[in-house]
Design a protein around this ligand. Sequence first.
Ligand code: CTP
Length: 402
Amino acid sequence: MNLAGKKIVLAVTGSIAAYKTPQLVRLLIKAGAEVRVITTAAAESFVSPLALATVSKHPVLNSVSEGAAWNNHVELGLWADAMLVAPCSANTLAKLANGLCDNLLCAVYLSARCPIFIAPAMDEDMWLHATTRNNIGKLRSYGNHLLAVGYGELASGLTGEGRMAEPEEIVQQLDVFFNQKNVLKGVKALVTAGPTYERIDPVRFIGNFSSGKMGIALAETLADLGADVTLVCGPSNFSTQHPNVKTIHVISAAEMYDACINTFPQTEIAILAAAVADYRPVEMAPEKIKKTGETLDILLTKTNDILASLGKMKKEGQILTGFALETNNELEHALQKLHNKNADMIVMNSLKDEGAGFGFDTNKITIIDNNGHTDTLPLQSKAEAARAIVNHILELRHVETV
Ligand code: CTP
């Protein structure tokens, strides 16, 4: 079992499925894991802390302080190899998605540096509500692993989606996770993400709508598999705290180019997901440009093509993946990019597909590799798309797929 010796923080929230958690603890321990349980106040209406303390062989923690003592949530977050929130009620899901911190569980979640698994449990209407959908999307975009809910009889008496995954399935998913975890151990990877900003004058720039989410999801997926990832990220509201990811923040295409040229020789896997500006102003005005004329001409010059440059530098054993965002003749253009830039793989998305492209939490991609394989995938979360892309790279490396 891959769970042998693993330290798991199990966080239990107020849902009827909490009655299954003593069994979940038992299974985790049977698989060799060490388990510490924390609960919310609402959880204790559904499952007895005594039962959880007995099966986990450790006191159950439910508050940031106990008497005069402080339960060190930072320490607990650092201790764990994985945190599992099961069952995760709609309320806790919303809190975690929005960074609220009014109990021990939220504090541990916010301090944890380990992978986080969330097993939602709620009634179908709550599960399907737009707010919940949004929260799930947010949690995924932060790199959390959302476990699929089951279909069946719910506490409301209705039948539908929203049941917590069964304890056996949860343990199995964790086991699979730890099995894959080291597939890329010791492998260095480079990922680019986000837009670039090309300065016009001290206050203005030419940019684009890329959010950086796809690149960040890729960096986290590689890091989860043990790779040491350098993420070269343009201006983005999103970031990652993954301990295996080192982020180099850049603004312009030229800065991104320099960071990539320096990093690439040491890496085995490079995925260029950034939306790099193709042109930049020939020169940046030293002072703010005043609106004197009716029109304004800004002369632009081409930026260095990072993907093509890395394609030229590429040595045997390095796998280079680019992206192609197209609006027409998608496949043809993507194939041209694959060949012209000497990439091993191109991930194509079309702006014509709803839910794909800039800003969304989802993406619809087609993976094209230089062995002539084309794989068109359905609309899925960016985290799932990242997993599919990394799987394809693993196949190209002839490593067992995850
Ligand atoms: N790219 C890059 N450096 C650039 C421009 C693009 O590394 N200066 C990379 C992107 O990160 C992406 C791939 O090239 O992986 C495709 O980018 P795209 O802009 O779609 O392709 P272009 O070659 O610029 O072609 P066009 O804009 O004509 O479609």
